[in-house]
Design a protein. Structure first.
Lengths: 150, 200
């Protein structure tokens, strides 16, 4: 169990790093979307540079937490690539639902499920991508471990 | 150069070929290399993804100025004429798509193609198909806009897309990792699966 959780955390941190990096290379000012992660928890930092750095690291930490959940869900099983990708997709969907829909709406005082097309398009595929990458990295780490054991 | 037809010549050619192939070291991509290429694939997909937002439906207004610019600066004679009589047919203004008869459906096609490229490359889903589509779209941008800025901008996009056509970058950190072996197995019995397997 410890092995799968550890593997999940590493995969989650790496997938979180990818997600944070994608949020950094935005059109316009680099990293302008990163403070949104702070807004999910009602955190506001006046300095824009520190705010972006804090958002960057918060996304990586949240990735680690989701990776931990991913690892815990697999228990001690050796999982197939299809299971890894599907579990990842499901967690990506949960990320989108919790952070980019519910928390974002609650913190900006909108209706709980309010969503326009532009916001849906800018968040939903990226959050699913986070999940797919998390699952794929987890599977790769599992295969590496199996190869070393042989 | 001559074409030999005798059995002796053919044997000599075969031996030479075998010797040459034995001196050519086969290239195998390491896990790290293919994972690195998969990361590049995701970022190239994200490049296309970001560019969807300044030309959103339903009016695709952001695209209009670029089509007008392409019709004026194209490097291929006649291409401007084609744009004038398709995308820009009936248009009465240089700044807004007022009066255009075919702009919205054609722009919707461009937008959908770019969305397809973005999804395909980011998720590693039929990556080579997405990369071929990205090559075509980038070539079109090169033809129309190469001389409106730094000439290599769109050239680089063409080259990036071609790299992703050449390398199966979706088979790591992507859905193609799951798809490829299944399509290859099914491809031994089904023609459609065999054709589909070319694109992963």
């Amino acid at each position: 169990m410890v092995q799968t959780i550890r593997r999940g955390v590493v995969a989650g941190l790496l997938a979180g790093l990818l997600l944070a990096t994608l949020d950094f290379v935005t059109d316009g000012t680099p990293g302008r979307l990163l403070p949104e992660a702070l807004n999910w928890f009602g955190i506001t930092i006046a300095d824009p540079t520190i705010s972006r750095f804090a958002g960057f690291f918060l996304i990586i930490v949240l990735g680690g937490v989701f990776g931990l959940i991913f690892g815990a869900l697999q228990r001690e099983r050796i999982i197939t690539i299809s299971r890894a990708l599907l579990s990842g997709l499901a967690l990506g969907f949960v990320w989108w639902l919790v952070f980019d829909l519910l928390l974002a709406n609650i913190m900006s005082h909108h209706a709980l499920f309010s969503l326009d097309f532009g916001r849906f398009l800018s968040t939903f595929p990226i959050d699913l991508l986070f999940g797919v990458v998390l699952g794929a990295i987890y599977y790769q780490l599992q295969q590496q471990r199996a190869a070393v054991a042989l | 150069m001559s074409i030999s037809s005798s059995a002796g010549d053919r044997k000599r050619v075969a031996v030479t070929g075998a010797r040459e192939s034995s001196t050519t070291t086969p290239i195998t991509l390491s896990e790290r290399s293919i994972t690195g290429l998969a990361l590049i694939r995701i970022f190239v997909g994200y490049l296309w993804f970001q560019q969807l937002f300044w030309k959103l439906p339903p009016d695709f207004r952001g695209l209009y100025g670029y089509i007008v610019s392409e019709s004026q600066h194209t490097i291929i004679p006649g291409y401007g004429y084609i744009l004038q009589h398709t995308f820009l047919a009936g248009c009465t203004s240089m700044s807004t798509p007022a009066g255009c008869t075919a702009f919205v459906p054609l722009a919707a096609g461009v937008w959908a193609a770019e969305l397809l490229v973005a999804i395909s490359l980011m998720f590693g889903l039929f990556t080579r198909f997405g990369a071929i589509l990205a090559t075509i779209l980038s070539l079109q941008l090169y033809v129309g806009l190469a001389y409106t800025g730094w000439i290599w901008i769109y050239g680089q996009m063409v080259l990036l897309a071609l790299v992703l056509v050449a390398v199966p970058a979706g088979r790591r950190l992507g859905v193609d990792q799951w798809l490829a072996p299944r399509l290859q197995a099914a491809g031994q019995h089904h023609r459609i699966a065999r054709i589909a397997s070319w694109f992963v």
